[in-house]
Design a protein. Structure first.
Length: 83
């Protein structure tokens, strides 16, 4: 495995760990989250269940998901939620 693949794999692992750490809070409100892709310094996720249609989902994304991902993986610059 070359160095670029290893770095990407480590980054995906950090992002998955971040999502696993916030998943219980989302599950408690009837929602969930899945990792769609990591492209460079951008993470693409999808909110599921009640979280996908919740009125405060943008706050959940910014304050909860994005901040947590950046704590686990400071190299991430952007987190995007897709429908």
């Amino acid at each position: 495995m070359n160095n670029t693949n290893q770095i990407q794999e480590e980054l995906v692992t950090k992002v998955m760990d971040a999502l696993d750490s916030i998943r219980p809070f989302l599950n408690k409100d009837g929602g969930d989250i899945e990792l769609v892709d990591v492209q460079g310094t951008t993470v693409i996720v999808r909110l599921l269940g009640h979280c996908s249609s919740c009125g405060i989902s943008s706050s959940t994304m910014k304050l909860g998901v994005e901040n947590t991902i950046k704590q686990f993986a400071p190299e991430i610059e952007t987190v995007i939620n897709i429908e």
